[in-house]
Write a protein that binds this ligand. Structure first.
Ligand code: WT7
Length: 673
């Protein structure tokens, strides 16, 4: 009987969209998944109903979850008070809580020996497990050390650290005392680090002697030293020993972390903070050269990270959640740290790379550690596909239950490989669309929704609380299916960023003024014949290189710092592995004719590496006598994008350009590059 029903279900799905054996694994929508179910009223019997409720009654929906899933020191009075056009959001006003208590203490009290973190170091098999009780001790000691260093509520602590239990404990330690962390990806250069520390006015930096990635050592402390030559606000630096190498220690500023911690007790009272007090800043790229310090709240952010992790991945305590992102990005914040720990789960900290010591690393780690949920980036999958299936199939992946993709559109080939080869057609693939600013997953299929079909290459369905709309260039809502538009979100949700640090005007202008009354994501999207969403790409001058967000203006600014460069225009172009590559068009000053082009290219690549990071280095640098500009002097990047994508036959009418002839020159140079 059961067998027949399952077969019918499978046939039904095959007809609808896509056959997935994983349909069998989907559990029905129950009160175990949603313990709050009875509080939503009598009419809710499916994910569809619950989603509808969440966007028609957002205040009720999120207040119920906030009370049932978070531990409060003081209950809140007002669930939600938001004004989209002013970029003002307040959730759970009047409530007080502490994020480290919610992520650590409550689980340590319940089950002290439960594993919170599994640190898979760069060398395969070099693994460290940290229980909730141990994590609680680490957090308290680091919090006491930060207090000794004068860190107070609201102060910013900069982290420049490898993925490690110390990094996680430091994030939670700042939360414990009501301070704010700003994690800076340890692949950023000293200049990029200094810019971010200065903007955040960080008081303390926590770093390591060196990082280790793919068998190579990266001198973090040295980079911090160089950065701090241009930063006045930082008074103390704590240095974690990762490799034990000798590093320069500046008197009265630098302390070895373990020396500092040896003088600290493991008891540190948690400071209850207001729901809306900031938990962290995270810098990300925008369409100008200046990175934005995206500021997230305490209660709303934590709740949103927890709820989205649980329901996008159908996560249960006791499972090992393997998000391989770096903690320097929002994915690391929400799905390595706050989502998993807020849910009392067990989280993987992956220090290595997909290809070290060989391209089987992810799957060897899956087998050895019995990872249940694997969450990674399409760019890594595209890279690994090239090495063939043997690196996958020689390892046992039967522990895997759900597979997640994040950071950029996943092409059908990569999706199919993820689903068929990695997941043996057994595991749902969830393509999760979201942004640093949304705090957590915004559009993604929820695998626990019974019978809901999966469509390769599409994040498909809005998460709870998410009400996506497509708008045309006149700002009107595009109705119906099989349509395109600017992707906006119409209903406020608790995880939305609260401001850009020190620049609320930029926050309002970037996200809330383009389409008044809506949050504008910066992405374009297509709604297909089934009502599923597919992301078509950024609509602004932001590109996505190996899953890293990069403003083309940032690269342009750095290139023009070279004394021989007069002007630069940077665009993205489709790249088979990286998603997008960086393509730079550069106009040189006249005097530069004596210098070889190759030498100049080398110098320009180096500048980008030292001023930003390795991932931002242009793949192509094309020297040109001019750029396509409108008569008012605006560079027509649309034309440059087409040429870079080998689509110069699709340029359309260029007769309105100030100097149309320059286009043919650029095309010829591109073809002969
Ligand atoms: C931008 C946000 C999401 C956390 C990591 C990146 C692109 C992200 C997807 C996806 C298509 C995606 C968008 C978005 N993006 N996920 N599943 N499908 N595009 O966060 O650095 O803030 O970048 O990444 O363009 O706007 P981020």
């Amino acid at each position: 009987m059961v067998k027949i029903r399952l077969t019918r279900l499978l046939e039904h799905c095959a007809k609808q969209q896509f056959t997935s054996k994983s349909v069998i694994q989907r559990r029905p929508f129950t009160s175990t998944q949603f313990p709050e179910l009875s509080q939503f009223g009598d009419n809710i019997s499916s994910h569809h109903d619950l989603h509808k409720y969440s966007i028609t009654e957002p205040e009720k929906f999120w207040s119920i979850l906030a009370r049932s899933r978070l531990d409060w020191s003081q209950d809140f009075d007002v669930g939600m008070s938001c004004d989209m056009s002013a970029g003002q959001f307040s959730w759970f006003q009047g409530g007080k809580l502490n994020v480290s208590v919610n992520c650590v203490d409550r689980w340590a009290a319940l089950d002290p020996e439960r594993i919170a973190l599994v640190w898979e170091k760069d060398e395969p098999g070099d693994t460290v497990k940290v229980t909730y009780a141990q994590l609680k001790t680490m957090v308290a000691k680091i919090a006491n050390l930060l207090k000794q260093a004068g860190v107070e509520k609201g102060d910013v602590v900069g982290l420049y650290l490898p993925v490690s239990p110390i990094a996680v404990a430091t994030m939670l330690a700042t939360a414990r005392i009501g301070a704010v962390h700003s994690v800076i990806f340890a692949g950023f250069s000293s200049d990029a680090l200094a810019t971010r520390l200065n903007d955040a006015k960080a008081k303390v930096v926590v770093t390591a002697d060196e990082a280790v990635r793919g068998g190579k050592r990266i001198p973090l402390k040295k980079t911090v030293d160089t950065a701090l030559e241009n930063v006045d606000s930082v008074k103390n630096v704590f240095v974690m020993r990762r490799t034990g190498t000798d590093v320069n220690m500046v008197a009265n500023r630098d302390t070895w972390l373990d020396d500092g911690l040896s003088g600290c007790t493991d008891d540190c009272a948690a400071v209850p903070v207001d729901s809306e007090d900031p938990l962290f800043l995270l810098y990300t790229s925008g369409s100008t050269g200046k990175p934005k310090g995206v500021s997230h709240s305490s209660a709303g952010y934590l709740l949103y990270a927890m709820v989205t992790m649980k329901h996008a991945f159908d996560y249960n305590q006791g499972e090992l959640f393997g998000c391989v992102a770096d903690i320097g990005w929002i994915t690391g914040h929400s799905y390595v740290v706050y989502g998993p720990l807020g849910n009392g789960g067990t989280s993987l900290l992956f220090e290595s790379t997909p290809t070290y010591p060989d391209p089987g690393r992810y799957w060897e780690t899956v087998e050895r550690l019995k990872i249940n949920h694997f969450y990674g980036a399409p760019t890594a999958l595209r890279l690994l596909i090239r090495y063939g299936d043997d690196y996958v199939t020689k390892y046992d992946r039967s522990s895997l239950r759900k597979l997640g993709s994040v950071g950029e559109p996943i092409n059908i080939e990569a999706w199919q490989w993820f689903h068929d080869v990695i997941g043996e057609k057994r595991c749902d693939v969830v393509d999760t669309w979201w942004q640093t600013e949304t705090g957590g997953i915004a559009i993604s299929p929820r695998p626990s929704a019974p019978g809901a079909p999966l469509a390769p290459g599409k994040p498909q369905r809005p998460m709870f609380g998410m009400d996506p709309v497509l708008l045309d260039d006149k700002g009107k809502i595009v109705e119906g299916n099989k349509v395109d538009g600017a992707l906006c979100l119409a209903t406020p949700w608790p995880g939305i960023a609260r401001t850009l640090f020190g620049d609320h005007d930029r926050f309002v202008n970037t996200y809330f003024s383009v389409y008044p009354g809506y949050y504008f994501t910066g992405d374009g999207a297509h709604r297909d014949e089934n009502g599923d969403y597919q992301i078509t790409g950024r609509m602004d001058d932001v590109i996505n290189v190996t899953g890293h967000r990069l403003g083309t203006a940032e690269v342009e600014e750095v290139l023009t710092e070279h004394p021989l460069v007069a002007e630069a225009a940077v665009v993205g172009f489709p790249h088979p592995v990286k998603g997008e590559g960086v393509y730079a068009y550069v106009i040189l000053k006249e005097m530069s004719e004596q210098v070889s082009e190759e030498k100049l290219r080398e110098e320009l690549r180096k500048i980008v590496k030292t001023k930003i990071s390795g991932f931002a280095i242009p793949e192509h640098i094309l020297f040109t006598p001019g750029l396509p500009k409108t008569r008012s002097g605006k560079i027509m990047r649309r034309i440059l994008r087409k040429i870079a994508a080998d689509k110069s036959d699709e340029l359309g009418d260029i007769s309105t350009l100030a100097e149309p002839d320059v286009v043919q020159i650029i095309i010829n140079k591109h073809l002969h590059k």
